[in-house]
Design a protein around this ligand. Sequence first.
Ligand code: ATP
Ligand code: MG
Length: 328
Amino acid sequence: MAAIETRALSKVYKTYKKPPGLWGSVRGLLHRQYEETRAADGVTFSIEEGELVGFLGPNGAGKTTVLKILSGLLHPTSGEASVLGHVPWERPDALKRQFSLLMGQKNALWWDLPARESLELNRAIYGIPHREFKTLSGELTELLGVSDKLDVMVRELSLGERMKMELIAALLHSPKVLFLDEPTIGLDVSSAKKVRDFLREYNATRRVVTMLTSHYMQDIEELCKRVIIIDRGQIFFDGPLASITDRFATHKIVHLQFNRPPTTDPTAFGEILERDTHHLRLKVLRHKIPETCLALLSTGEPTDLNVQSMPIEEVIRQLFLEKQHASE
Ligand SMILES: Nc1ncnc2c1ncn2[C@@H]1O[C@H](COP(=O)(O)OP(=O)(O)OP(=O)(O)O)[C@@H](O)[C@H]1O
Ligand SMILES: [Mg+2]
């Protein structure tokens, strides 16, 4: 059996909508008007043991909703799901100790305690033996580079330090399934990297099934072989990340910086992704790279030029565009 399975999972949120003004309020009392949001709309996927899957999609696509259902925080409106063989919203004790949900936007730690004591409370809640707790928290704080922060009050930790402590708290009971909802949100480049490196290592050595959402494509690129992309509650891609990046490997991005722009018309070489007074980003067919670079550098006053493969953001934007065209 797969570690995580969902079938036709749907969630409709009903929010009460008050018509404007006094009469609206009065009318609203008589005829309640509801607005319905289909946050998840027939979501079906299955994830095997040991997988680390990126769960992607634009704001409001339904990612957090699905993770909350899988963590038992929400009941679905319809559909089925199982996590390690359990129905998450029935909240069986056997499951509680086997998964963790970390939400980058929310705090699970106690703010008015030093980090050490806050972690200790988590130890007590999960009934983790003292010795095990000591070894594991020592190991995790070391790996994440926050051993010297254990006596600092949680509220005084920097965002990055706090996120690392949150991660440690989420892992103390050695869960088999990990739901990470934007674990690197707001972190600086080096903290985000540390968290990524840690997660990669952790997944590789412990084979913990992980679903990860992030708006930072570097997280996805570095960590996930497989991605599930959701839009308006529906899955529209599920497969290897490489299969979508390969499709766009025909193109590269040329980034030119200049004091004065080239006089040649850049649209002759490819699609303009960005342009302002000092730089230009072009999507160019791979075999046209040399002639494009020569042409762009031969006029104007160039200061720098580099060529990159298509960033995943761009690949996903293209996928969305294709999807839009297909539905028109
Ligand atoms: N408690 C709620 N009541 C009503 N509507 C909600 C509720 N929670 C979420 N929604 C709506 O459901 C949709 C999906 O929200 P969700 O938080 O799952 O998206 P998301 O993919 O996690 O987005 P983001 O990338 O911004 O975190 C959105 O339209 C959102 O406004
Ligand atoms: Mg979300």
